[in-house]
Structures are given as C-alpha cells and as structure tokens.
Write a protein that binds this ligand. Sequence first.
Ligand SMILES: *Cc1c(COP(=O)(O)O)cnc(C)c1O
Length: 220
Amino acid sequence: MSIQNNLNTILSQIPEHVTLVAVSKTKPISDLMDAYNAGQRIFGENKIQEMTEKYEHMPKDIQWHMIGHVQRNKVKYMAEFVSLIHGVDSLKLLTEINKQAKKHNRVINCLLQIKIAEEDSKFGMSSNDAKELLLSEDFSELKNVRITGVMGMATFTDNNAQIEQEFKRLTATFETLKTIDTSLEIISMGMSGDYSLAIDCGSTMIRVGSSIFGSRNYNN
Ligand SMILES: *Cc1c(COP(=O)(O)O)cnc(C)c1O
C-alpha cells in the first residue's frame, strides 16, 4: 500500500469533524512529501529538532504539531512556526511557550496533556491540576498562548476495555474543563491501533503514524 492509499483509506473512515494528524517522526522528507502531495497538511513530530529541520525543507503551508514531550529549553526553536503543541503539562512550560511566542508576536495554541493511563510512565497532568491551571491568575496573564483542548495517551495494552475507559476519562475531563473555558474544542486521542475506538469515545483529533507511513525502525 502506498502512503497516498493509506491516507485515503483512513480519511474515508473518519467523520468530518475529526482532524487527522499525520505522525511522521523518524520518516524521511520524501515520505512526508508523498503525504503532502496527497493533500495532507497537518504533520506531527515528537522531537523539536527533527520537526524544525523538516519545517525548513518543506512547503510553508504545512501545520506542524509537536506531539512529544517538550523540554523547556527547546521551545525557542519551534516558537516561530509551530501550529499546535499537544504535550503541555505544566504552568512552567506554558510560561516559557508564552515568552517565546511573544518574541515572534504570535499566540501559540496548546493542548493540556492529561494523564489518563493507569501505567506510571506517561506524562501528563491530573484533571484537577488542569482545572487549577485554567483558573489561576498566572495563567490569565499569559497573552501569547491559548489552550484549545486536551490530549491524552492510553496505556499500551491490547485490553480494549481498559483503553476505552481511559479515553472516556479524557472526554470527561474535557467536558469539565469546558465549563471553565468554553472555547476549548479539541480532544486529541487515538493512534494507529485505536483511533476508531478513540473517535467513538469523543476524539476530535487523531494522531496516526504507522498506519500511514508504515512501521518505524525504532520505538518512539
Ligand atoms: C508516535 C506517536 C503517535 C503515532 O503512533 P502510531 O501508533 O504510529 O500511529 C501518536 N501520538 C504520539 C504522542 C506519538 O508519539
């Protein structure tokens, strides 16, 4: 199957209100260009340096999403162009994003990463921490960032019931946070193996890599 076929298959399966982020980490620019030429304009990367290099070499109408864990000292490298940062999990990080966005006269859209998985290894905030952040005075002073939704990663398991429960937890958190900030609109959840389930559970943005580009050589 070609990248174009893979893309079209996925697009034909997902409802119109769901946004597809093509996760292109570790893949060469030629693969990304195949997706671009098939119409894809939203790409997700998990390393800032790799995303920046691809940004420099590719058409400028692409929206670049940072989907990985973000180190504060690297925010400056993507502040000029990043379209959405999925993995924001602290006020400290948000403050740095705000600072770097201001230098470029931009408002950077961000998602709060919520910890929904049972396992310990995943990053993310609790639902309560996210609530407190949105209500805090410190946050209200950040004029160059906008929280547009939430992101979550389910436990890596083949137990669908557990994944479903975790996805539903994220949607419930989203609904709670939306009572504080009615402008929230994005629920980023679902990857190659579970995006249909994620959509059934309320996802509005799926992050799909291997089902489009094929499997990666190393785990990310
Ligand atoms: C790699 C990655 C994906 C995509 O994973 P696939 O299983 O290849 O679709 C989605 N989200 C995040 C945060 C990732 O790091």
